[in-house]
Each structure stands twice: as C-alpha cells, then as structure tokens.
Design a protein around this ligand. Structure first.
Ligand code: GTP
Ligand code: MG
Length: 301
C-alpha cells in the first residue's frame, strides 16, 4: 500500500460501507445512491459536490461495477480540473530565486511544511534560503531555525515583534545575493476573518515583489486536512484576500476528512500541490489526482 493510500485510510473507512453496497452486476437503486451520498458527505466531500457526483450516477443508471468506474472518473476529473499536476517545481540553476509564501490559520502545519519543501527542493539540487516571517512568537523563529540547522539551510530572521514584510524583503534580498534557487517564507498563523492580518499578507506579497520581479511565484495555503469543510471557508477567504495560488493539504495521515480535497477543487478551482502525510521532512507527496482517488475508493475500484 502506498503512502497516500495509507494516509487516506481513515477517510476511506467512511466510504467503505456504501461502496460495498454497489454490487458489481446489479443496477444501483435510489437507496444505495442515498447511502453513497451520505458517506461522501461524512468523508467531507461536501454536500454540493457529493450531490453532483451522485446525480451523475443516477442519470447513468449503471450497475455497481459501472458506478465505481464512473465515480472514480468523475472524482479524478474534478481533482484534475484546476490544473493539478501541470505546474513545475523549482529547478536548480535559476537566475533569480523562486519565492513561495506559506500562509494559513494557526497550527495548520506551515512551519513543518516549509521544512518539508526545503528538504524536497534540496533533494532536487536547489539551494534554499528560509525566511522566518512569523514574528509574533520568538518560539516560531526558533522552530524554523532548528529546521534550518538540521537541513543546513540559512534562515533570515528578525527579532520577534518586528514587521514580517521586512523579513520577506530581507529574505528575498539575501536569497538574491547568495544566488539561492528557492526562498521559502514561513508566516504566522492568522485567522482568515481578520482583515488587518489579511492586509499584512498583502504587504508581505508586495515586499517580495519589490526585491525580485514577479515574486512571490506562489502563495500556498496550508490547510489542516482534519478540519474538513471548515477548510473550504478558510480557503475562500485566503483566496480572496491573500492571492493564494495553490494549496497544501497537511495532516492527511490523521484525517478522516480527506474528501475535502474534492470540494476545494470543485468549488474553488484551486490546485492542490502537495499533501502532508506525517511529521518528518520526508512526509510530503506531490498531489496526484489519480493516486488520491485510488486511495479514497480503494485501489481495486
Ligand atoms: N501527522 C501530521 N502532523 C503534521 C503534519 N504537518 C504538520 N504536522 C504537525 O502539526 C503541528 C503543527 O505544525 P506547525 O508546522 O508548527 O504548524 P504552523 O502552521 O506553523 O503553526 P503556527 O505557526 O502556530 O500557526 C506540529 O506538531 C507538526 O508536527 C502532517 O502532514 N502530518
Ligand atoms: Mg509556524
């Protein structure tokens, strides 16, 4: 069993009973479809997306076996639609650093994900620099510095309480001066409903652009997969105010709500770039729609 499949185990459990009712050679009845819709909702696929998936099956009036195939196809289509898998990762030998900001609510996994991305791009041969733009807590800077030491990656940090946009500025400047390929910026957790904190993100965004033309290349929203549909609301607000370009679904390994990936792709059209499958630096997988659906429905489907 693959890592992704293992991480989706708890979400898959929620779908299992309803999928078992799809008997291979029998026509699927209304009751079975209803229980499938409920199961999809319980896995946090979201009522709108779940209803649409089930309506498609209803319209096709398929057998159980055909239903599984159709469901799989529809899910892959939804997950792939925002251009998932199309965008390249940064490569070594760049003229100016590629810059990404990691944003999200408190505790979603931003700092850990920053370290995971650093390790991943380092493995690809990129030189990395980290920016500690979470200036709210001294411990936050320290946490990133510990990762920096472990990965042997320089960290640009200011005293806590400082202006995070100034850290972004300095990190981008240091990245350019050192010829880094990648600058990853960890930001403080913030509530998506607080306008002043959203404005602060916009300022960080501008700060990067002042140093490097076109930066940041990406603004990634790190979502805690265990929060399910709540994450959809967060994503909407961050998308509206912080120029989010993509999403990282952290803590998928502990979540029974992995279905939220479908509502995000379906409702927001935001690409999911990576999923977090554990606490170590190696526990990050590029998002693959087909593998994800295999993990949700079980490989044999
Ligand atoms: N199981 C699991 N745990 C994770 C994953 N990503 C992060 N964590 C854990 O989640 C907790 C919070 O992670 P952080 O990276 O500190 O989260 P953060 O968003 O930086 O938090 P704040 O800076 O306080 O907003 C830590 O205990 C991490 O080890 C993941 O993919 N899987
Ligand atoms: Mg943090």
């Amino acid at each position: 069993m693959g890592i992704l499949s293992r991480s989706l185990g708890r979400t898959r459990e929620r779908l299992k009973g309803a999928l078992q009712k799809l008997l291979p050679s029998e026509k699927v009845d209304a009751e079975t479809l209803e229980s499938l819709e409920e199961a999809l909702i319980s896995a946090d696929v979201g009522p709108t997306t779940a209803a649409e998936l089930v309506e498609e099956l209803q319209a096709a009036a398929p057998t159980g076996e055909e239903s599984r195939r159709l469901l799989r196809e529809s899910m892959v289509r939804i997950l792939a639609s925002p251009g998932n898998g199309d965008r390249a990762e940064p490569a070594p030998g760049r003229e100016t650093p590629w810059v990404a900001l990691l944003v999200g609510v408190n505790g979603s996994g931003k700092t850990t994900t920053t370290a995971k991305l650093a390790a991943r791009y380092q493995d690809h041969g990129c030189s990395i620099l980290l920016g500690a733009a979470d200036t709210f807590r001294a411990a936050a800077v320290e946490q990133l510095c510990v990762w920096g030491e472990r990965l042997e990656v320089p960290v640009v940090a200011h005293q806590s309480g400082g202006d995070p946009a100034a850290v972004v500025y300095d990190a981008c400047a240091a990245g350019s001066a050192r010829d880094a390929d990648v600058v990853l910026i960890d930001t403080a957790g913030r509530l998506h409903t607080k306008d002043n904190l959203m404005a602060e993100l916009a300022k960080m965004h501008r700060s990067a652009g002042k140093v490097i033309d076109g930066a940041p290349d990406e603004v990634w929203l790190v979502l805690d997969a265990t929060t399910g549909q709540n994450g959809l609301r967060q994503a909407e607000d961050f998308l509206a105010h912080a120029g989010v370009t993509g999403l990282i679904l952290a803590k998928l390994d502990g979540s029974a709500r992995g279905g939220v990936a479908l509502s995000i792709a379906h409702r927001l059209g935001l690409p999911i770039r990576y999923v977090g499958t554990g606490e170590g630096t190696g526990d990050l997988e590029p998002f693959d729609p087909e593998a994800f659906v295999d993990g949700l429905l079980g490989e044999a489907s």
